[in-house]
Design a protein around this ligand. Structure first.
Ligand code: ZN
Length: 134
């Protein structure tokens, strides 16, 4: 009798464990399906976001860069002041300081761009490296 109760107890425990495993498997399947649905939703959101970004470019197009416009704006900035620092030159030309440096090297091949190490900038007054066109 005691062995039979023990067997039943063991059997119930085993049945409970199996039932618990079935519940866990069912939960896992639901989580996998939910994850797949969320991944699909995330893809949809990413596509909608890309479309919104693309459409916003039509409303506020990016500034046209490159070509003679940048060099022209840079020359205008350089010639507007006797001496001008790199940051002011970039701000006046609407360019990044790194791209101004590249353009200054290019301009130096055709016109004389003087690098004055310790002059005051004509635009902001900061003392430091300034440039001028001779
Ligand atoms: Zn300056």
């Amino acid at each position: 009798m005691s062995t039979r109760v023990g067997f039943r107890s063991h059997d119930l425990s085993l049945r409970a464990q199996i039932s618990r495993l079935h519940d866990l498997i069912s939960d896992a399947r639901q989580l996998v399906m939910r994850t797949a649905m969320l991944a699909g939703d995330m893809q949809t959101v990413m596509v909608c976001s890309a479309n919104a970004i693309r459409q916003s470019r039509y409303l506020a197009p990016l500034a046209i860069r490159g070509g003679a416009d940048d060099a022209g704006a840079l020359i205008t900035a350089l010639t507007s002041y006797k001496r001008i620092c790199l940051d002011c030159c970039a701000a006046k030309a609407g360019m990044s300081p790194a791209s101004v440096s590249g353009y200054l090297e290019e301009l130096g091949k055709t016109v004389i761009v003087q690098d004055l190490a310790t002059d005051a900038c004509g635009a902001c007054g900061t003392i430091g490296p300034t440039y001028s066109v001779l």
